[in-house]
Design a protein around this ligand. Structure first.
Ligand code: SF4
Length: 332
């Protein structure tokens, strides 16, 4: 594995994510799926997945990347993040024997995607950063077979592996889980700055189509000042055309007793982002057509009208607004 440092006393440091775990022989990292075996960091979940599903691409969520197409989705076990509110905790926190999972090779995944006419394959459900080799081998084969690749990820990654990773991704939804180091430290056991660095890199220096998601948890990351700061950072560092999704949190894992996010909270964030000048803003996980529709950034007419994942109207031709001819940002 190239992203590792050999240290003294038979210890090896994994440098895939900013945890930079230092592992003794036989020890697993924070993610529980990368392990020191004979002075080599190996991925114990290579080829194992928690099941394959064909999702609507809008579920990732990606709203401006081949809308309405099917995406073959899979993930494995473990995670590099320690989110107390994890929405997929049954797999990310699982200590299950991995060999009890389905085993599907990259070749088989590509074949299944072809058989079911999927435009894309998604590395999702848990963070593909930690199953780097399995995701990238699959992504290379997808590229060779004309299938698009999508990562759904925390962005908590070191810069060197990020280069290799994003070179093979056509699309990504990167979580921006909150906009303070305090939130990331307390609720994700992680840091915000490496996530911001990854987002900046992916948006500004790669060909990957990026959308961002903030899962709003009332009382934790929905302060008006934090939301304003997040939107300001986005427009200053990424421009105003990166789609931004505010999604409702469902009480789970260590936040099982918290209240679910109300639509009013999503709407508050939506308005702040719109006022900040962000052109494509969405609410998610609670169905509302007005705030899940794509509007032309020039004339303001609705160009992709949605109700949840359901398409109600499509006013783009060759990716351009049928009213004024302005291209919509994204891939169509
Ligand atoms: S990928 Fe896993 S083992 Fe490697 S640094 Fe991150 S948490 Fe540690």
């Amino acid at each position: 594995m190239k992203y590792q440092n050999l240290l003294k006393n038979d210890k090896v440091q994994c440098t895939i994510c900013p945890r930079n775990c230092i592992l003794s022989e036989g020890q697993e990292g924070f993610c529980h799926v990368r392990k020191n075996v004979n002075n080599e960091i190996i991925l114990t979940t290579y080829g194992y997945n928690t099941g394959l599903a064909i999702d609507p691409i809008e579920k990732k969520p990606l709203y401006q990347f081949y809308p309405t197409t099917g995406i073959l989705s899979f993930g494995t076990l473990g995670c590099c993040m320690g989110c107390q509110f994890c929405q997929n905790w049954q797999t990310t926190k699982s200590r299950e024997d991995v060999t009890r999972l389905n085993k599907t090779s990259p070749e088989e995944i590509v074949q299944i995607a072809k058989n079911y006419n999927c435009t894309s394959v998604a590395f999702t459900y848990n963070d593909p950063i930690i199953f780097f080799e399995y995701a990238l081998d699959t992504a290379k084969l997808c590229r060779e077979n004309g299938i698009k690749t999508v990562a759904v990820t925390s962005g908590f990654m070191n810069p060197e592996p990020a280069k290799e990773f994003y070179a093979l991704m056509d699309g990504a939804n990167i979580d921006l889980k909150g906009f303070s180091e305090k939130f990331y430290k307390k609720n994700c056991l992680a840091k915000l700055q490496p996530v911001l660095d990854t987002i900046k890199y992916a948006v500004n220096e790669t060909n990957c189509h990026v959308e961002l998601t903030t899962l709003l948890i009332e009382g934790e990351n929905d302060r008006i000042d934090d939301l304003k700061a997040e939107c300001e950072w986005i427009t200053e560092n990424l421009g105003d055309t990166v789609p931004l999704h505010f999604s409702a949190f469902t009480p789970r894992y260590n936040f099982a007793k918290r209240r679910p996010t109300s639509f009013e909270t999503l709407l508050k964030a939506y308005k702040i982002a719109k006022d900040a000048g962000i052109k494509y803003v969405y609410t998610g996980n609670l169905t509302n057509t007005e705030t899940s529709t794509t509007y032309c950034k020039n004339c303001g007419k609705p160009v992709i009208i949605r109700n949840g994942y359901q398409l109600l109207g499509y006013n783009l031709q060759d990716g351009k607004c049928t009213n004024c001819g302005t291209p919509c940002d994204g891939r169509f």
